[in-house]
Ligand binder design. Sequence first.
Ligand code: ZN
Ligand code: ZN
Length: 397
Amino acid sequence: MFFFFILSIRPAEISKEIYPEINTLHSVTSKNVNFQSTDTNHMIQSDMNISNEFDAAVGNIINIIVSYDMGWSTRGNGRSYDSLNGYGAVIGFLSGKIIDFATRNRKCAFCDYGNNKENHDCRKNFEGSAKAMEPSVGVELMTQSTVLKEIGLNARVLIGDEDSSTIAAVRRESLQSIFKLCDSNHLKKNFFSNLYQLKKQFKEMAKKDTIPYLKKCFSYAVAQNRGKSSELANILRSIPEHVFVRHENCGNWCGNYRNTRNNKPQEVLLTDPKLYNKLREIFFKYAANASKFSIAASSQANESLNNIMAHKAPKNKCYSRSASSDYRFASAVCNKNEGDSHIMNIKEKLCLSPGRYTKSFVAKKDEIRAKRAVIARLPVTKKQRNVLRRNKEALRK
Ligand SMILES: [Zn+2]
Ligand SMILES: [Zn+2]
């Protein structure tokens, strides 16, 4: 049931605001569960009522959660380099499908050679810095998307990276309040880079095991406290003390706290008091933001789209001065939503007969994609990782 899913991952104030139907759905299903009757006719009638009520409540849902991210055509995120173009897409959080996409191009080779803008397929549509593309595309997709308008849906929750310029711009332009959730992968990456910065100042941080151990502590805490922000905050605050061998505030996750580690010494011990203060600062900062980590919000789908795009338009070549890059992104979008079978649909639309091997090629690719999707849905435990690896190797053959 998808709304149980919503209830479990959303902070309550967001789910109340964007899913007012949630209470109806909840009461309908609990009726369904508690319903016990021996009269068959009565039972069928009630079942029908319940399913009608349920369908009506689901039909009333018009607010959706989307993830948004932007990719650039040069290495280094466009934040450090000046990319000539950028491409962004909003992806439905529950469906994983791309809802709408847009691109920004700052240069056109034909215009630069002195051609008139009218006599070629000019894609130049942006003046400004590469960084300003992200909010510009974000506003277009979140507030002016024709796809969303046509089907009558509102994107009310945006999952994105920590960059605040996009959400600020979207909130300025939108008539409704828009909620923001941070992608937990981006938050984690920022935390790790904070640790690596300490490496230059402190010898103990440069030791081989220190940073991996701190990363491990952090990742375990996050993985084991999904949806429990106060517990997560407590654990994050106790980690700096733990690595400095003070276990009074450690919880059950710590072997020394449980007194079960009599023979085995702790893996990493730190002693520098200055380092303690720095680590404490970092961990307390992230503990204060624990509610952001405890939600399973992720813009993983956008990252996978950007990876597909990197295959279609390799970053060491320049496609961004003509229409080529736009076509490549559109192709990446089709690939993400429909798999390689989109090639057949395009040929049909253009009234072209498919090449000799296209059909079999597409069928094979789609089969691999379906198998991969099944594997990706399996829960990953240590044992299964081996099975996964073997399956992946078999797929490659
Ligand atoms: Zn042009
Ligand atoms: Zn401890």
